[in-house]
Write a protein that binds this ligand. Structure first.
Ligand code: PMP
Length: 447
């Protein structure tokens, strides 16, 4: 019998109870609530690890949903941010560093001629969609099922696969994934399954002439790293050209992570507009909208509005300058991918020795793990797959000092600071977690 000593979460539990009085669910972001007894409050992070307020140490594969690409509290980026602090904050005026960072982005990502900054991924995608609408004079847009583009009304639509007859001929219903979204907005959104070229061609034939944009995350960073094939992304590019629709590649998670030029460079496709955020500044809040010159110049008086009080904040901008320099000029991304490959190999070895069928999606720097011979290539298939093994294993891993997302939709993120000790600790914990999961499943079957 595998025994997992329970973590002490006394201080986190007390903090949760106290926080509940002032913060809905006791947290600042709904996804940080992991249950009344298992919501963790962080003391600090360093490198690839975090420590909670009870002193529990974890190897972290969530990395704040991706931003800590170099690792927490990276000395180089933090020194740059401290230097940025001396600039004085925000002025409702521009600083010289904006051009330095914009130049770096344009050099790293082919085809991104012009750049504007935002504070978060949500804000960047919101601006990108507004830009596409302003440029084309059209209002509707196309999303891929399973994608996540942030918390703004236009992006918060999904297909309801819970109440869907997979064997039938009808598509799942399009629903908003939060209360509070005006239902009138539904008429502007179209959804199509990933990697289905026929459906994509059909949706363009039907709605292409009235669509402003197609948004795609070629690696779905919020749906297990399900990946578009190169042919699919290229078809999207060709259809957008044919119908005058702007292609927006959302690289909020993939940008400056899977390659210097993002996932778009891996597919050899240049979008009209692209959005970046997480890995830009190793956790300091900054994002970017970038794109083709003619489109980007629609950001002007009388064109698409863009701006905001905290846009291009001096601290974030200084952090972005240093973080992007490191990602561009050092082998950091190779180090990250190589660790991801080693981790995947280690996981496979443990699972194979127990005859557990599995597969991976995404990129070594952000990969999804499935307990099926082949990974799903669209959201409907993920929803119909069995993710109970993952859910149980993740639960045990937390107790064993490894933080992966409890929801199997979130990939495992790797940072430059994950090292041999992190790998050894992780694989030891995974071995125990997998055995405990197997025993638990066996016991449940017997019961
Ligand atoms: N787009 C994608 C692809 C994302 O993964 C996210 C965040 N997970 C967003 C947009 C929204 O970014 P933010 O949380 O910074 O608003």
């Amino acid at each position: 019998m595998t025994t997992i000593p329970p973590r002490t979460l006394t201080k986190s539990n007390a903090q949760y109870k106290a926080a509940l009085k002032r913060l809905p669910l006791g947290v600042a972001s709904t996804f940080r609530y992991w249950g009344d007894d298992r919501t963790i409050y962080v003391d600090h992070g360093k490198g690839g690890r975090v420590w909670d307020i009870d002193g529990n140490e974890y190897v972290d594969y969530r990395l704040g949903y991706g931003p800590a690409i170099l690792g927490y509290a990276d000395d180089r980026v933090d020194a740059a941010a401290r230097d940025g602090m001396t600039v004085g904050g925000v002025f409702a005026l521009s600083t010289e560093r904006e051009l330095i960072v914009a130049d770096r982005i344009a050099r790293m990502v082919p085809g991104m001629d012009l750049v504007r900054f935002s504070n978060s991924g949500t804000e960047a995608v919101m601006a990108a969609l507004r830009l596409a609408r302003a440029h084309t004079g059209r209002e509707s847009y196309l999303l891929i099922e399973g994608s996540y583009h942030g918390l703004f009304d236009a992006a918060m639509w999904m297909v309801n696969v819970e109440d869907w007859d997979a064997a039938g001929t009808r598509d799942p219903e399009v629903v908003s994934y939060s209360k509070g979204i005006p239902q009138d907005l539904k008429s502007l959104v179209h959804l199509t399954p990933m990697n289905d070229p026929q459906r994509l061609t059909e949706v363009f034939a039907k709605h292409g002439n009235s669509m402003a944009a197609m948004l795609i995350e070629p690696i779905q960073g919020n749906c297990c790293g399900i990946s578009a094939s190169t042919e699919y992304v290229r078809l999207a590019r060709a259809l957008c050209d044919q119908y005058g629709v702007l292609l927006i590649i959302d690289e909020v998670k993939t940008g400056f992570r899977v390659a210097k030029g993002g996932v778009q460079s891996l597919h050899g496709v240049v979008p009209d507009i692209s959005t970046f955020a997480k890995a830009m500044a190793n956790g300091y809040p900054i994002a970017a909208v970038a794109g083709r010159e003619k489109v980007m110049r629609t950001f002007r008086y009388g064109g698409a509005a863009h701006g905001g009080t905290y846009t291009a904040h001096a601290v974030s901008l200084a952090a972005a300058e240093e973080c992007l320099r490191i990602l561009d000029e050092t082998p950091a991304l190779d180090t990250i991918a190589s660790y991801g490959e080693q981790l995947k190999a280690g996981l496979s070895d443990i699972l194979n020795r127990r005859g557990i069928v599995h597969s991976f999606t995404g990129h070594p720097s952000m990969f999804g793990l499935f307990f099926a011979p082949t990974a799903p290539d669209n959201y409907r298939d993920w929803k119909l797959s069995d993710y109970s093994f993952y859910d149980t294993m993740a639960y045990h891993l937390h107790d064993l000092g490894i933080i992966c997302e409890p929801d199997s939709r979130e990939p495992w993120f790797i940072c430059e600071a994950h090292d041999a000790a992190c790998l050894a600790d992780t694989l030891k914990a995974v071995e125990t977690a997998v055995d405990a999961t197997l025993e638990q499943i066996k016991a449940e079957k017997r019961a």
